[in-house]
Design a binder for this molecule. Structure first.
Ligand code: 0RA
Length: 641
């Protein structure tokens, strides 16, 4: 028995000799990446068992000292039966025969062509010691190897319930200059695996630090997406993400795609192939992008949402998109210097063909979500148009000065109090004068604007950029605009439009809001824009003075005075012609003082509706305006002409 074993042993050693001679051919190198390949290789076997539904737990231990790892799973256990011809157990074959992996290791998906996916025998060949334990058929079975060579035949240890596989190994210091594993790398790999294989529990026990972490996400990629969106701090544009999972039995591949649009100005898509990140993307990402673009364009076309004069590019459609693509294929092909780009050509077509109809269907069945996404895309297109022009203008200006040149008309706050600062954009120079005198100069800045602001909705871009009043506003805000808008650079905590309480004032506020929404949308959606509420009437009742913001407010004040005072003093009502008439002290008391004033925060409740109303009311097409007015004619009760 021992004799026959020795004879067989020699052939086995011959089998693994090439691995020890040229380890780089099998694991890429003997540096840190090669060393960690050993863990990924053993881990992949356990994950595969879980992925196929046979195991629910994968447990990884980094042992004290850092140079030994144990991977165990509660799957079916490695087979221990003997091959009828040579009497060698299946377990021993798995660890001693160089093969491309596959049926013995039960692997469906190879993690990477050439590098990993070489099989447990390669890990065994490069390990000083490896102990394989299988629980199966009512017993615990174990075999120990040294540098790929069995120390003894497989031993039946003791009766045991259940099933599973445990592999512990120490990399060979004769092969690897450094044999200590990095806990952070292992941890990261397990965490990603817990999202990519939703429902499987991964435990990482790090004896080098005495920590134990459990990773488990029953909603897999959906959980991962929620985490990425939260981490990136980008508000989602819609609640539930788009989720697509497909099993393509005939090609042996399966994939999952989750997508969510956010307010972020960039696109963030992560992709994985067989659980391995594909940092440089590849054919799977290309397929998802193609299908997604077509689905969104079809939706926009079907519902007639295309804005006039605006072309939507593929980048506009994907601005703010956050997504994860995870695909499993039996024969992945990688390319690129770091081998992190998937190159299987058939996958582009397969993913395009799956994503397009599914996403289109989802959008059509979630119309409010679809509208929010389309509004986000239109916003991106407008910002891109603005930024292209802004870049040209910046290029022109940078020749003269690059530093922040605050407009001469701005009376900035002194900044003696940190935080909680406000910029008042004030209609007219005389009102600006009152505001300057009445303000709290430590935290309130005043920018007076002369006359009507340019209507950016119907003006060509060249005119918008050349406009002095608007460029003063942008300079004072300091946060850029268009695609280069950066709210973190905003110089104030609040931007407050202070215009007269009459129709001219409303018009000016509308023009400014149009400018903000089109060129600095983040300012509006970020809740930074407010409307001051200056009074329209002064109501004196005896010795008391009250301020009314509109007619209804005035009538309430008068009515209250008459009911409480009976035949008291007759209220004296003064209508302000404009803010300029107001004494600085009065302006402070009624409009500027944070303790007593009222502010309206500008919010966008329905982006698509907002886009349409601005386009209709402020755009060049007068018939849209006419329709809007006629539709609402019945609501206008008191036309004060
Ligand atoms: C081949 C056949 C069977 C199990 C496995 C391989 C197996 C391998 C590994 C590696 C790590 N964990 C594992 N778990 C299972 C058994 C097939 C059967 O029971 O019918």
């Amino acid at each position: 028995m021992a004799q026959t074993y020795t004879a067989k042993d020699i052939t086995v050693l011959e089998g693994l000799e090439p691995v020890r001679k040229r380890p780089g051919m099998y694991i890429g190198g003997v540096g840190s990446a090669g060393l960690h390949h050993l863990v990924w290789e053993i881990l992949d076997n356990a994950v595969d068992e879980a992925m196929n539904g046979h195991a629910a737990h994968v447990h990884v231990t980094l042992h004290a000292g850092g140079s030994s790892v144990t991977v165990s799973d509660d799957g079916r256990g490695m087979p221990v039966d003997r091959h009828p011809a040579n009497g060698v157990t299946a377990l021993e074959v798995i660890f001693t025969r160089l093969h491309a992996g596959g049926k013995f290791e039960n692997r469906t998906y190879r993690t990477a062509g050439g590098l990993h996916g070489v099989g447990a025998s390669v890990v065994n060949a490069l390990s000083q010691e490896l102990v394989a334990t299988s629980k199966r058929d009512g017993f615990l079975w174990q075999q120990t190897f040294r540098r790929g060579k069995p120390l003894a035949p497989l031993r039946r240890l003791r009766p045991a319930r259940g099933s599973g596989t445990t592999v512990r190994f120490h990399p060979d210091p004769r092969i690897f200059p450094r044999t200590a594993f990095e806990a952070a790398l292992v941890r990261e790999r397990l965490e990603v695996a817990s999202y990519v294989h939703g429902g499987v529990e991964f435990v990482f026990e790090d004896e080098t630090r005495g920590t134990r972490e459990v990773f488990r996400h029953d909603d897999g990629l959906t959980d991962y997406l929620a985490r990425i969106v939260a981490e990136r701090g980008a508000a989602p544009v819609h609640d539930a993400p788009f989720v697509l999972a497909r099993d393509q039995a005939e090609s042996g591949s399966r994939f999952e795609v989750v997508l969510q649009w956010t307010e972020s100005t960039d696109e963030h898509v992560r992709s994985y192939v067989n659980g391995i990140p594909t940092g440089s993307g590849g054919t799977h990402e290309a397929g998802v992008r193609a299908g997604l673009g077509k689905a969104v364009r079809n939706l926009i076309e079907t519902h007639g949402l295309t804005p006039k004069g605006l072309t939507l590019t593929a980048e506009d459609i994907r601005e703010g998109l956050t997504g994860i693509i995870s695909i499993f294929v039996p024969e992945p092909q990688f390319q690129g210097q770091t081998k992190d780009r998937l190159n299987n050509p058939e996958l582009t077509q397969a993913l395009d063909a799956a994503v397009r109809p599914a996403l289109e269907h989802w959008l059509n069945h979630n119309l409010s979500t679809a509208e929010a996404i389309v509004a986000r895309i239109i916003l991106a297109a407008r910002a891109r148009a603005a930024s292209r022009a802004a870049q040209q203008s910046v290029a022109r200006k940078s020749a003269t000065s690059r530093r922040l040149n605050l407009p001469g008309k701005l009376s900035d706050c002194t900044g003696s109090v940190r935080g909680d600062t406000e910029l008042f954009i004030v209609e007219g120079d005389s009102a600006g004068g009152s505001a300057k005198q009445g303000r709290d100069r430590s935290r309130q800045a005043i920018l007076p604007l002369r006359g009507k602001v340019l209507n950016v909705e119907s003006a060509p871009l060249s005119k918008v950029l050349a406009n002095k009043e608007l460029s003063d506003v942008v300079t004072a805000l300091g946060c850029g605009f268009g695609k280069s808008l950066d709210l973190a650079k905003l110089r104030y905590d609040r931007v407050i439009i202070l215009a007269d309480a009459d129709s001219d004032g409303h018009h000016i506020a509308t023009l400014l809001l149009t400018f903000f929404y089109r060129y600095l949308p983040g300012l509006v959606t970020g809740g930074k824009v407010f409307l001051a509420q200056p009074p329209l009437y002064r109501v004196d009742i005896g010795k008391q003075t009250h301020w009314a913001v509109d007619d209804a407010h005035r009538d309430r004040l008068v009515g209250r005075a008459q009911s409480t005072n009976g035949r008291g003093p007759k209220p004296q009502i003064t209508r302000f012609k404009g803010l300029g008439e107001m004494m600085p002290k009065v302006l402070w008391d009624t409009t500027l003082n944070p303790a007593t004033r009222r502010l309206l925060r500008v919010a966008v409740v329905d982006p698509l509706m907002t886009d349409r109303v601005i386009a209709d009311l402020m755009g060049r097409d007068a018939s849209a305006r006419f329709r809007f007015i006629m539709d609402r004619a019945d609501d206008a009760l008191d036309l004060d002409v």
